[in-house]
Design a protein around this ligand. Sequence first.
Ligand code: AMP
Ligand code: ZN
Length: 468
Amino acid sequence: MALHLHNTLSRKVEPFEPLDPDGSVGMYCCGPTVHDFAHIGNFRTFVFADLVRRYLEFRGYDVNHVMNITDVEDKIIRRVREQNTTLTEYTAQYEDAFFADLKVLNCTEAHHIPKATDHIPEMIDIISKLMERGIAYQASDQSIYFSIENYQGCGCQYGRLVKLNFEEMRQGERVSDDEYEKESVADFALWKARTEEDGEVYWPSPWGEGRPGWHIECSAMSMKLLGTSFDLHLGGEDLAFPHHEDEIAQSEGATGKPFVKYWLHGAHLLVEGKKMSKSLGNFFTLRDLIEKGYDGREVRQLMISAHYRETFNFTMAGLDGAHTAMARIDECVAKLRDAKADAGDVTAEPSAEVIEKFTAALDDDLNVSSAWGVVFDWVRDCNRRLAENQMDAATAAAELAAWERIDTVLGVGKAEEEAPKELTALLEERAEARAAKDFARADAIRDELAEKGWAIEDTAKGAKLKRL
Ligand code: AMP
Ligand code: ZN
């Protein structure tokens, strides 16, 4: 089976066939709005995007991954004003924190990370095209709005990702806020004329000083880096309307070309069955969980344990479950490494069976539950063969190679820890002491190593250090 993905445009699971048959894939994921520390709900979406990127690469595609930084929009401007600071100073702290958190979650860095504030000319260019085509207009507040009526008049369809009830459409209504009521069909702001509340956050434009609307930012950055038509656009489900719907309208309205082939939306994360909120006390950033003693691997494992289109109920018990799951994998992998030790550094072909099953699971619209099932069956089978002494070094090497391949997608594995140089020097000293029959010194070194958390393991190839 080839890779299949659910496309919000068709509301169906479709075979994934990129626009370019040469195997390159353009993928855009709406990035964070850097107005605060990102919460674990946000990270569910970013880990989902990372899974898509890693799996496409596992399937041999050459992915060009773009994730933007929304560093100017209503919420940010409000905070800049409240804190009497500058836009750059305010957003930089949350941007840095966001990338540090992504690292903790072992998310692969996007190839391009454009910032909205660096792409104002590209936004103005799209708005100018929409003005030329009569799809945008300047209103009495001097702001530029997207005209849904004129867009439809050009034979275009508004309401592609969500079904909209045009009967209830309030004619002539417009919104200037970046985030507006769900499914209210209204002309939205492309360029917002400068107001007093904007402080120093404004740029010149052919229509006067002002700043871009949020939606135009993503159209400009994605098309600049991936072209007018590209393969994949991702985000959380709340972005489908109006953000993504407006992105389609602005982009197709300006270029006259299809914007994106596949739209993927990740469902939301709830905490203990409820929408996260500070007042309910169920609001967590990644930092909160790290402070509680969990690690990034556990959070990541939990986040990719459920299908991306299912609402995910995050619980502390679930995180403890992830801890146990990771320990089972770590233990099995450590035993395989031991069993493989005698095969030396030969590069083994990954054992095919587990890889085939894992691929079949993820080809089915990233069915992670089934993929984890394959992984844990494999762990059980390896443990049994290890216990029954049916795992020779070459087989262990093949199983380990399979795990390493699978983990290029899951990204939860723990690298084999190498002992620091001063400890391997002690190990050599112990070998010399033993050769000189100075067993007291050899034992003292063993104790010293144990105190530092390392055990000596005698193998056919000599003594090795292993984490206790
Ligand atoms: P923002 O920084 O608010 O622009 O959001 C960044 C990403 O997080 C977007 O793709 C949102 O759709 C997503 N998101 C927001 N809240 C949640 C949540 N509770 N669960 C999953 N994703 C979310
Ligand atoms: Zn976006």
